[in-house]
Ligand binder design. Structure first.
Ligand code: HDE
Length: 717
């Protein structure tokens, strides 16, 4: 019979039965339970080992019986290496699979201590560590970055009272009002199940079939057909918590709140034809942009804004504050800026951070609470559930990116890959082991308490009447746009619906647009070559009198300067060295970047004999990669490049995408061959002197030279 060695007593590692059990854990402090562990290192010069730490002598050849003989099962190093490789992948996220993350911090600039007890909102100037992951929704992990899609904007705030996740999007409303419809929405948006395509796009029958049968999505349709879904950069888009949440003060009194992230660089988007080409030129456009900015010390920044309102406002507002297909216009409830979010640290392992980070809407902290928004309530189940599938163990909170930074103490234990294994005898409560040995205890004063809201009504599967108006805010969004943006919405609808094969689905969409704006419905009908159908039956008559809101336009909230953006400078051998230098200096002074593109990656030998290294060879550096372009050539260079298709595309595309262009006089033969020489406008500026270079960079503040659009687009003529 085995001797009983006292397994009921203290587990291995405890210092003896009198030692106080330690169920308080702080991830960073306690990595090595049951013996110190070493981090896996990939330093130069370290000896390669197996995962058991055994030094490896030969990693190039498997163990064989004879030089040309079979590989032996005995080769544990080979088997372990292949075994581990075979299991490297985890399931990609069912939505938001393609994403990119970075570390940073939140800094409070205005205290909300009178409105919420949330620790993060108490002390002005205090910084809280953060991790942010941006994403597209529909595409799989390998899909291109600039797909037309909503962007996820998920923020994990490691507060002193636990992790708070604001799992938001770059659009403040959503397609559906009740979480029960989410699987249908996503099935319809993702590739069709029989053929497995199209990938990362909504321009197909299933999506528009579902949407046209779901009038509640019409407000969101206006947003997704706007240029918000083709952002220039993660750094240049807004983020929204979408739902109405609650802020709760120390007495348990609550206010309603909506969260906004406002980018320091202003709102900026690309144009559709550019997006299509960008996805081929650089499928990693957004992640590379984020990486490059942080790497260069140009830290992306957003302000945190809150719209705070009370029950009285909620009761009198035209729409239901629990309906996630509605916004509260900033003109009605101003956005109060209370802090800033700065991303200042790159991930050093993509998988460990961006891939394994587990955002959960139910991760809230004392001082924050949910509302009954039926979308939010459903999300609160889904996120925890999906992490188990994706990360494979309830211990995903043990992963460094998910672990709280504050001390934590609980009786949860064991499970796959448990990395926190507290010592001590008591693993339940209540217990009578006394304060020293009994482990953590509840704290009614400090602990999280839910707002004591009173439910109303019977148990019903029903959509409230107050959610019934699906068109009024869609119209408000449309009328708030500049004419350029309205045109882009019309173009996008025509593009997407032209990819829909069934005419009845196209028509059904028109029947909704007729409730939103007559001119828009006519434009789209015209673009599709369809006549207007009967109007869809509306649940309630739409309001046509909601005032426009400037906050809804990208163009009205664009950048003031060229800071944070990138100029593409195409040069040839013999280009004017003084001019090139003056231009590069002016770009640098504007806190922007300049990338040199040349016929050879080795660079161009300028007029003074200096070699200017290139970052791109012309074939790999099309103008879609840049916010504005300059072309400085010698006469010989221009003759040469005017025979080169990528060089002609460079200027023709920049012109078509309404970019500002700086052109040295020698450029003309290239412009002639590209077919744009006779169309140059005020957005095309001559570059001959250092003063021209300065004036050109100073003119780059606005996003585009929009006046050109009518000349380069058949739909606008
Ligand atoms: Fe999500 N969503 N979602 N979502 N969502 C997920 O969780 C879900 C919704 C959002 O970078 C999943 O970890 C339901 C609205 C972001 O890791 C999943 C509903 C908003 C991310 C899930 C919604 C979002 C997700 C998939 C309808 C904006 C990426 C992987 C009720 C406010 C987070 C995962 C990251 C991810 C469910 C609707 C934002 C399946 C059921 C509305 C930014 O749990």
């Amino acid at each position: 019979m085995a001797t009983h060695t006292g397994s009921n007593a203290v587990p291995t590692g405890n210092k003896g039965k009198d030692a106080a059990p330690d169920r308080t854990d702080s991830y960073q402090e306690k990595q090595g339970q049951g013996g110190e562990t070493h981090q896996s290192v990939r330093d130069d010069g370290a000896t390669l080992t197996t995962s058991q730490g055994v030094p490896v002598a030969d990693d190039q050849n498997s163990l064989k019986q004879g030089a040309r003989g079979p590989t032996l099962l005995e080769d544990f190093h080979f088997r372990e290496k292949i075994f581990h490789f075979d299991h490297e992948r985890i399931p990609e996220r069912v939505v938001h699979a393609r994403g990119y993350g970075a570390h940073g911090y939140f800094e409070l600039t205005e205290s909300l201590s009178d409105i919420t007890r949330a620790d993060i909102f108490q002390r002005v100037g205090e910084k809280t560590e953060a991790f942010v992951r941006f994403s597209t929704v529909a595409g799989s992990k390998g899909s291109p970055d600039v797909a037309r899609d909503v962007r996820g904007f998920a923020v994990k705030l490691y507060t002193k009272e636990g992790n708070w996740d604001i799992v938001g999007n770059n659009i403040p409303v959503f397609f559906i009002q009740d979480a029960i419809k989410f699987p249908d929405l996503i099935h319809a948006a993702k590739p069709a199940p029989d053929r497995g395509f199209p990938q990362a796009q909504t321009a197909h029958d299933n999506f528009w079939d579902f949407i046209s049968l779901s009038p509640e999505s019409m407000h969101m349709v206006m947003w997704i057909m706007s240029d918000r879904t083709i952002p220039r950069s993660f750094r240049m888009m807004e983020g929204f918590g979408v739902h109405t949440f609650r802020l709760v003060d120390a007495d348990g009194q609550s206010s309603y709140v909506k969260f906004h992230w406002k980018p320091k660089l202003g709102l900026q988007s690309v144009v559709w034809n550019e997006a299509v080409k960008l996805n081929g030129a650089d499928p990693d456009f957004h992640r590379r942009d984020l990486w490059d900015a942080i790497d260069a010390g140009d830290f992306p920044e957003w302000e945190l804004g809150v719209q705070i309102f009370d029950q009285d406002f909620a009761d009198n507002f035209d729409f239901d504050v629990l309906d996630a297909t509605k916004i509260i216009p900033e003109e009605l409830v101003p956005v109060r800026i209370v802090g800033r979010l700065v991303l200042d640290r790159l991930v050093d392992n993509f998988f460990a951070t961006t891939e394994q980070v587990a955002f959960c809407t139910q991760n809230i902290v004392p001082g924050i609470d949910f509302t009954n928004d039926p979308l939010l309530q459903g999300r609160n189940f889904s996120y925890l559930d999906t992490q188990l599938k994706r990360l494979g163990s309830p211990n995903f909170t043990h992963l460094p990116v998910n672990a709280p930074r504050c001390p934590f103490a609980h009786f949860q234990q064991d499970g796959h890959m448990a990395m926190h294994n507290p010592a001590g005898r008591a693993n339940y409560e209540p217990n009578s082991w006394g304060p020293a040995q009994g482990g953590p205890r509840e704290d009614p004063a400090r602990g999280f308490t839910s707002v004591a809201a009173r439910p109303d009504g019977d148990k019903l599967r029903i959509r409230p009447e107050s959610f019934a108006d699906h068109y009024s805010q869609a119209r408000q969004f449309y009328v708030s746009q500049t004419s350029i943006e309205q045109k882009h919405i019309g173009d996008a609808l025509v593009f997407e619906l032209s990819k829909v094969e069934r005419p009845d689905i196209r028509s059904r969409m028109l029947s909704h647009l007729m409730h939103i704006d007559d001119a828009l419905a006519n434009t789209v009908a015209n673009g599709l070559g369809l006549s207007l159908p009967e109007k869809a039956k509306a649940a309630v008559a739409p309001k046509t009198d909601l005032p426009p809101s400037d906050a809804l336009s990208i163009v009205k909230n664009g950048p003031q300067t060229f800071a944070g953006r990138k100029l593409g400078l195409l040069v040839s051998d013999g280009a004017d060295a003084g001019l090139v230098k003056a231009l590069m200096d002016a770009v640098k002074a504007a806190d922007a970047l300049c990338e040199v593109i040349a016929p050879k990656i080795g660079g161009a030998t300028l007029s003074d004999g200096t070699l200017l290294p290139a970052q791109q060879k012309i074939d790999g550096g099309p103008s879609v990669l840049y916010d504005a372009v300059a072309v400085i050539l010698s006469d010989e260079g221009a003759t040469l490049l005017s025979k080169d298709a990528p060089s002609k595309d460079f200027v023709a595309d920049a012109f078509a995408h309404c970019k500002f262009m700086g052109l040295s006089p020698q450029t003309r033969p290239l412009l002639v061959k590209a077919g744009i020489a006779e169309d140059l406008d005020d957005g095309c500026m001559g570059l001959e002197s250092a003063d021209d270079a300065k004036a050109f960079v100073a003119a780059l503040g606005p996003l585009r030279f929009w006046d050109r659009e009518a000349k380069v687009d058949l739909d606008a003529m």
